[in-house]
Design a protein around this ligand. Structure first.
Ligand code: NAD
Length: 494
């Protein structure tokens, strides 16, 4: 990728954002606006519409009407597939534009954003485009005098609420399988990462997606998000974000139409390094990058390093040295390894976690402070906290920032006990050369994914989701289609 091309886009004026309802942009009913602050330098990039509950109802009505006209919901699978591929083509054709726009809005380093945002959004649309005409219904093994057919039907209107860390990628994880199954969607992006999703809606329109099938309402969670959660005409709510908001969504469902709610929540993922790990240098580098890329604003980040006691000192030294050398700063510089913190509020939250941990006895091995203040942007040094005790808040609660905690274990049993000692269960990793131990750990760790001798790694073909308080339901893979389809039985006397 070419730095000059990125630099040409970094100062392009950003148009004001409006709502996207029924195939066109429109202002909010009461004209409310919100500033978009760039975390790169703290300046106001543009403004976006601050949707009211009335705007959300309008978007849901457009989605319902599009669903009922059947222009998409009952279009031939091969037709839907063509449109979805065209969406992927357009995302790829506009990849740099989408990535730079998203980075100016949310602060992720561009090297990661290019892959994770337009890159995986396009791959996700292609994956579900290909699935559309390959998923069959079933014939049940009934007695001979009947025919039992099991149809898969779209659920109707899907509400999707997404966070700010990877808006395009996570947006696509909801939108693409929902559209592939024939549903209409109303998407509510995060307040601090809406711009690339508004642009995606325009590209979907250009690709031939019928009006009203995808709608985007920008605005505040407590207003627009709540209205979507309480809507009597949303059939399924697909959410990625914090546990606190997840609880509210379950409540909204109970207070409204009992819509199904799928929650992809946070994590406090353990990265376990045994003394027999095949390559401790690789393990240290991956441990650092597994938490510090995108400044730790990654749901699956390996935020808890659990190290076997015998290698603790040497290993933590390696990780801290890598962290201290990481290039943090201008997210639009291709050589930057960790970009900005999404907002000043999040930066302050990160710093207060560190201060509290130190007050409770944790030892700061590196980082722990705000840096690059003169840029006006929101940057934090990669931080390693050693001597963290399991009862400290920083060991139990998700920071969602560049903060790695270190704990030690004596043996496998203690490693498992520490790994499972939080309310979360999203991701994890084990580093060992012992194949049997690796398999034992995969069975013992309560998490949606257990990496072995690596961390991270993603593909549209494998499900992503958590257990315990990391949520329910899965994004990605064919399993995601289950969230957006209903089973219907036809029982036919022969
Ligand atoms: P958040 O929960 O604050 O916000 C997420 C979304 O919910 C935003 O669009 C927000 O506007 C909306 N929202 C806020 N209040 C609402 C309300 N009362 N009703 C309805 N909607 C409301 O989360 P965030 O700070 O944007 O993102 C960080 C969190 O997301 C972290 O916990 C992180 O782990 C999680 N996350 C999880 C995954 C995953 O796949 N499991 C992926 C990325 C991020």
């Amino acid at each position: 990728m070419d730095q000059a091309a990125i630099d040409r886009l970094r100062t392009t004026p950003v148009a004001e954002g409006h709502l996207w309802i029924d195939g066109k942009t429109c202002p909010g009913a009461d004209g409310g606006r919100m500033d978009v602050i760039s975390p790169i330098d703290g300046t106001v990039l543009t403004t976006i519409a601050d949707a009211s509950a009335q705007d959300v109802d309008r978007a849901v009505a457009a989605a319902r009407s599009a669903f009922d006209t059947k222009s998409w919901s009952r279009a031939a699978p091969a037709e839907r597939k063509k449109v979805m591929h065209r969406i992927a083509d357009l995302i790829e054709a506009h990849a740099l534009e989408l990535a730079v726009l998203g980075v100016r809005d949310n602060g992720t380093e561009i090297s990661m954003a290019l892959k994770a945002e337009p890159g995986s959004a396009a791959a996700t649309f292609r994956y579900y485009a290909e699935a559309i005409d390959k998923v069959y219904g079933e014939i049940a093994p009934t007695p001979d005098n009947v025919l039992g057919l099991i149809h898969r039907e779209p659920v109707g209107v899907v509400g999707a609420i997404v966070p700010w860390n990877f808006p395009l990628m996570i947006g696509a994880w909801k939108i693409a399988p929902a559209l592939a199954a024939g549903n209409s969607v109303v998407l509510k992006p995060a307040e601090t990462a809406s711009l690339s999703l508004l642009r995606l809606a325009e590209l979907c329109h250009e690709a031939g997606l019928p009006d009203g099938v995808l709608n985007v309402v920008t605005g505040r969670g407590a207003v627009a998000g709540e209205a979507l959660g309480l809507s009597m005409d949303v059939d399924v709510l697909a959410f990625t974000g914090s546990g606190g908001v997840g609880r509210k969504l379950l409540e909204y469902s109970a207070r409204s139409n009992l819509k199904r709610v799928y929650l992809e929540l946070g994590g406090k993922s353990p990265n376990l390094v045994f003394a027999d790990a095949p390559d401790l240098d690789a393990a240290a580098k991956t441990a650092a990058f597994g938490i510090f890329r995108n400044s730790g604003q990654v749901c699956v980040a390996g935020s808890r390093l659990l190290v076997e006691q015998s290698i603790h000192e040497a290993f933590v030294e390696k990780v801290a040295a890598i962290a201290a050398k990481m290039k943090v700063g201008d997210p639009l510089d291709l050589t930057t390894q960790a970009g900005a913190i999404n907002s000043l509020g999040q930066l302050e939250k990160n710093l207060s976690f560190v201060a509290q941990a130190q007050a409770e006895g944790a030892i700061l091995a590196t980082g722990g402070e705000r840096i690059l203040r003169d840029t006006g942007g929101f940057y934090m040094a990669p931080t390693v906290l050693d001597a963290v005790a399991p009862e400290m808040e920083v060991a139990r609660e998700e920071v969602f920032g560049p903060v790695l905690t270190v704990q030690t274990f004596e043996d496998e049993a203690e490693a498992i006990q520490l790994a499972n000692a939080t309310a979360y269960g999203l991701a994890s990793a084990v580093w060992t050369a012992d194949l049997s131990r690796a398999h034992r750990m995969v069975r013992a760790i309560k998490a949606g994914v257990v990496h072995v001798n690596t961390y991270g790694g993603a593909d549209a073909t494998v499900p992503l989701g958590g257990v315990k308080q990391s949520g329910n339901g899965h994004d990605k893979s064919l399993h995601a289609l289950d969230k957006f389809t209903d089973l219907k039985t036809a029982w036919i006397a022969l």
